[in-house]
Design a protein around this ligand. Structure first.
Ligand code: NBP
Length: 478
């Protein structure tokens, strides 16, 4: 055996990860179902000194014990097929890592099945796309402590570095890594939607061109909003279409695609009872954009009279600053909701997830990398059992500073007929949490009326029911 790690699946992600591993001092065995990809990679990258293999037996024989293999194939049936093959040729104590975008319940199932053979199975979320895989991704591995002993140093050698620390930590056992990767993607959806709403409001509110708004985002990227997504937003807005000379953003069809991880996040939040409303709005906003038939059917529906919103941004610079503050506040809500999902998932699946460590490994390599994550890391360092991220002192202060502008922007959006679902729902969530009394009391009364679902009282313990169809007296349930 000559290699200390293997990669199975040599499409764009696997090839780049294999090169990253090789560049960082690992001897890498490679295997792909179609041998051409293996041959191609060896020829294209002689500097990596790969160990090419063409059967699973050869692959296993080339690896030093405990054998460690990272699978980077199409999530789903492809992953199961490769796991079956590796289980056949590996031995107890060896380690199989799935670095693809598996849904965490699949990872839980696979880990349980593979563990019975004595082989370790690690579901590792890998974020950062092709570029990250090559130059340093953010890695979210689950799996056993035993596997982490071998795998930890290898993953640390290839992860992105942020503030001097590698962007990888052992998240928790079985599906914890893919769970956290899923929530990362959910937050990514929210972040992108919030940025898109900010762009739309500024464009329609001030009449600035995409190139001028690119300058706004570039400026924002020097302050508290500094992040990869804000940075690339400026790049996209500045891009002109060669064919038409128009801003590229104006010739791109306005129907957003999705690969499903945002929907998984929201479905999981619903299952766990976590109000991830900002993330949900971001997923639904993409769905709405793609409902061409419904959008066509809605053409001509009445909107506000022009007089009602005309000139709402008399002072463009003030409005831009209000939008910036609304974006920052809504972003705090999205992350707070995301961390709530992780906390609830950890409790439901018995994972000991360090939320501060999660915020740190998202500081580099991944799509949501941002300055802001340092503030989240600080908040969890100050109080590891923080019940509500947005109520941590730093964020509470920021929300206090932003809230007037946030309310103004949501008001203006509604009055002007500009959809800002993520801004608006984030604000409603914030106000819902803050409320002294919620109309949930009335909902409890309604539930008791039609379904005898009972209610509790503010003034004494116990469970109560009103005889709605009788004399309307109150009884206390035993
Ligand atoms: P793809 O998702 O396009 O998968 C292609 C690879 O899967 C090829 O190596 C192919 O082998 C292999 N494969 C398939 Br399909 N079915 C197989 C089977 N039954 N047995 C063995 N191999 C099989 O590759 P990718 O775009 O590089 O992505 C790899 C993973 O990384 C996916 O899970 C994806 O979701 C994830 N991903 C993550 C990010 C990110 O930012 N984190 C970005 C892109 C992708 P062949 O060559 O023989 O057809």
């Amino acid at each position: 055996p000559v290699a200390d790690i293997g990669v199975v699946g040599l499409a764009v992600m696997g090839s780049n990860l294999a090169r990253n591993l090789a560049r960082n001092g690992n001897k890498v065995a490679i295997f792909n179902r179609s041998p051409e990809k293996t041959e191609h990679l060896v020829v294209e990258h002689p500097e990596a000194e790969f160990v090419p293999t063409f059967t699973y037996e050869e692959f296993a024989a080339s690896l030093a014990r405990p054998r460690t293999a990272i699978i980077m194939v199409k999530a789903g049936a492809g992953t199961d097929a490769v796991i079956d093959e590796l289980v056949r040729v590996f031995e107890p104590g060896d380690i199989i890592v799935d670095g693809g975008n598996a849904h965490f319940p699949d990872t839980i199932r696979r880990e349980k099945a593979v563990r019975e053979t004595g082989i370790n199975f690690v579901g590792a979320g890998i974020s950062g796309g092709e570029e990250g895989a090559l130059n340093g991704p953010s890695i979210m591995p689950g799996g056993s402590d035993e596997a982490w002993v071998t795998l930890g140093p290898i993953l640390r050698s290839i992860a992105a570095i942020a503030e001097g620390e590698p962007c990888v930590t052992h998240i928790g056992h079985d599906g914890a890594g893919h769970f956290v990767k899923m929530v990362h993607n959910g937050i990514e959806y929210a972040d992108m939607q919030l940025i898109a709403e900010a762009y739309d409001l500024i464009r329609r509110g001030t009449g600035k061109t995409p190139a001028q708004i690119a300058d706004v985002f570039a400026e924002w990227n020097t302050g508290e909003l500094e992040s990869y997504l804000v940075e690339i937003t400026a790049e996209v807005l500045r891009q002109n279409d060669a064919a038409t000379g128009e801003a590229l953003v104006d010739v791109i069809l306005d129907e957003a695609g999705a690969k499903g991880t945002g929907a998984w996040t929201v479905q999981t939040a619903l299952d766990l009872g976590v109000p991830a409303s900002g993330i949900a709005e971001a997923v639904f906003a993409r769905s709405l954009s793609s409902q061409r038939g419904q959008r066509d059917a809605a053409v001509g529906l009445p909107g506000p009279a022009p007089a009602e919103h005309e000139g709402f941004a008399h002072d463009a610079e003030t409005f831009v600053e209000q939008v910036r503050l609304a974006l920052y506040a809504s972003k705090i809500v999205a992350y707070s909701q995301g961390f709530d999902i992780i906390r609830a998932g950890a409790a439901a699946y018995d994972w000991a997830i360090d939320l501060g460590a999660v915020s740190k490994i998202w500081r580099g390599g991944c799509i949501i990398r941002a300055q802001f994550l340092n503030r989240i890391a600080d908040a969890y360092a100050a109080q590891p059992d923080l019940p509500l991220l947005l109520a941590a002192p730093y964020f509470a202060e920021a929300l206090g500073r932003a809230q007037d502008a946030w309310r103004e922007v949501v008001t203006v959006a509604a009055a002007s007929g500009i959809p800002a679902p993520a801004f608006a729902s984030s604000l409603a969530y914030y106000d819902g949490l803050r409320a002294d009394r919620l109309p949930a009391a009335l909902v409890q009364g309604q539930r008791d009326f039609f379904g005898a679902h009972t209610y509790r009282r503010v003034d004494r313990p116990g469970v109560f029911h009103t005889e709605w169809s009788g004399d309307r007296s109150e009884t206390q349930e035993s």
